[in-house]
Design a protein around this ligand. Structure first.
Ligand SMILES: Nc1ncnc2c1ncn2[C@@H]1O[C@H](COP(=O)(O)OP(=O)(O)OP(=O)(O)O)[C@@H](O)[C@H]1O
Ligand SMILES: [Mg+2]
Length: 173
């Protein structure tokens, strides 16, 4: 029996995946998914979505800087912003796979729709990683809301993010 080589594994061709999101700011839930993807792929691109109609708590450049700091230890994560279609981002960088975390069934309908749309548009595959149960309730919005009311979010975000969040919310008060 001949074993076919796995496409993408031949010598020089790096296997790439993208983790897209708004990351306003990055949470331990995002970080867990990126860390797991970074073990499965040679290069993980983190794509920070630019949403012109939504300003966010942190500017896109600030989000990128925070993600860079907390993913530096993985050694194979590249962080960039993007606007437009995710499938175009993938095409331009030869990325065949999108990796997304699935928190609960509430994520599923929308994620399934997007995955099918993206696959139909360009053939890109979406792989779902089940959330670490510790973070299944966690979102950037919830972190911002809890922190804004003085709640403790130290266990939900990396220390540099906590610091940035505390500083930003103090300014906004
Ligand atoms: N707690 C989490 N566990 C696993 N994956 C997550 C978690 N939070 C977000 N993700 C993943 O990150 C992707 C990008 O999410 P997004 O930027 O919308 O983050 P969010 O935390 O849901 O923020 P927001 O509250 O602004 O919607 C999601 O599609 C999901 O795959
Ligand atoms: Mg979300």
């Amino acid at each position: 029996m001949t074993i076919r080589s796995v496409p993408g594994s031949e010598g020089h061709q790096l296997r790439r995946a993208v983790c897209p999101g708004s990351f306003d700011p990055i949470t331990n839930g995002h970080l867990d998914i990126i860390a797991r993807a970074s073990k499965l792929y040679d290069v993980v691109h983190v794509a920070v979505m630019i949403n012109k109609s939504k300003s966010g708590l942190f500017a896109v450049d600030e989000r990128i800087e925070l993600i860079r700091q907390v993913t530096a230890e993985f050694g194979n994560v590249e962080v960039e912003s993007f606007h437009g279609l995710l499938v175009d981002f993938c095409k331009q960088r030869d990325i065949p796979a999108i990796v997304k975390g699935l928190r609960a069934v509430s994520d599923f309908d929308y994620e399934l729709q997007m995955a099918q749309m993206n696959n139909g548009l360009s053939g890109v595959e979406t792989l779902f990683v089940p959330t670490n149960p510790t973070y299944s309730f966690l979102s950037s919005s919830l972190v911002k809301e809890v922190a804004a009311w003085g709640g403790d979010v130290a266990h939900l975000v990396p220390p540099v993010v906590l610091e940035a969040l505390t500083e930003r919310l103090a300014k906004e008060r």
